[in-house]
Design a protein. Structure first.
Length: 364
């Protein structure tokens, strides 16, 4: 009981100590409410993506393509808005794009390489033939090519499971390249501003006066995912797979299906984060969120999750994301150079991993 309590309260105590340190060094300019609200706003995008990454890391996986997923989502949103679609449909398009990426990643992780290859061939064939033939003919050509690949791989590949690190590393480049291709290597600006631009700003009425809507979205998503992990059968399956996949399989846990859903939901959270990032930028930028994958993983690890899987929680992830934001904000208030902030952040990450390893060694 004491070990569990210590594990859960450790990141929170660390956040309090770091906050008090900067409050003592900088005074009112740090601890005034406007600065606290700013730090919460700065945490919204990374925190939203990190909530989804929590499920992935608990299951024993990892996602190195978070930043690319967010960039792709902002481009999709901007393109849909520029095409005249409603803001709600555009935001949904960004989330759906992330869900599709989650399906692709999850399918590769569980070994459905043939299905992914057939979908890729079908899509590329349809896109290539679209300007050269009628729409129906292009779709038919895509389906025929994809079906041929699916049949061929069914008899040759069967199932080839790939390491999540390799899959997401490859998708990191593929999704970033897709975003640049859709945006024609430039920022995409909507024709006119919409309410999506207000998600990361303080409003003049309602609960938006206290915190921007983006922060409320983060908190609502955290409550939802935290409840799923703690109170549902799916959540128990996620922890079981991360703790010992073979034991979970012997106990009747549908490992492949659960892993697929974990990546769909986890990357889907990156899609929600892309809506917040679009609101922050007011444009679709294929180069945005570069390096966010490290920030997201660091938030989860600093929050007490184990990279070996089987441990972690949404509350700890939020605390971890806040720790990184407080360090960045505090160093900025102290007028320290950016390289100092990076060193301090790196030291915190390494310390969190060392503490996790030492704790596991003592328990075993």
């Amino acid at each position: 009981m004491f070990k569990t309590l210590r594990t859960r309260l450790g990141p929170l105590l660390g956040l309090i100590c770091i906050w008090l340190l900067f409050a003592a060094l900088k005074g009112e300019s740090f601890y005034r409410w406007d600065n606290q609200r700013l730090m919460l706003l700065q945490t919204a995008v990374v925190g939203t993506a990190a909530v989804g990454a929590t499920m992935i890391i608990i299951s024993g996986g990892i996602d190195l393509s978070v930043g690319s997923s967010i960039a792709l989502g902002t481009v999709v949103i901007a393109l849909l808005l520029r095409a005249g679609h409603s803001p709600l449909l555009a935001a949904g398009g960004g989330v759906v794009a992330a869900l599709i990426c989650g399906v692709l990643i999850g399918s590769l992780v569980i070994g459905h390489v043939g299905r992914v290859a057939s979908l890729a061939v079908a899509g590329l064939t349809a896109v290539w033939s679209w300007p050269r033939a009628a729409p129906i003919a292009s779709i038919g050509a895509g389906l025929a090519a994809g079906g041929a690949v699916l049949v061929a791989t069914h008899f040759t590949l069967k199932r080839v499971a790939l390491a999540p690190f390799i899959v997401t590393l490859g998708m990191w480049g593929a999704l970033r390249g897709t975003a640049k291709g859709l945006a024609d290597n430039q920022a995409v600006y909507p024709d006119q501003p919409t309410w999506l631009a207000d998600l990361m700003t303080v409003s003049q009425s309602g609960i938006g006066r206290i915190l921007p809507p983006g922060v409320w979205i983060l908190l609502g998503l955290a409550v939802l995912v935290g409840g799923v992990l703690r109170y549902t059968r799916f959540g128990r399956h996620v922890f079981a797979i991360g703790s010992n996949e073979q034991t979970a399989r012997l106990c009747g846990v549908p490992v492949e299906r659960t892993r697929l859903l974990v990546y769909v939901f986890g990357v889907g959270c990156a899609g929600i984060a892309s809506c917040l990032q679009f609101s922050y930028l007011s444009m679709g930028d294929p180069t945005t969120a570069d390096g966010y994958e490290l920030k997201v993983i660091a938030s989860v690890v600093i929050g007490g999750a184990s990279l070996a899987g089987g441990e972690g929680g949404v509350l700890g992830t939020l605390v971890g994301a806040l720790i990184m934001t407080v360090v960045d904000n505090g160093c900025t208030k102290l007028e320290l150079d950016n390289w100092v902030q990076e060193i301090v952040t790196g030291a915190i990450i390494i310390t969190a991993v060392v503490v996790d390893r030492v704790r596991h060694r003592r328990e075993t």
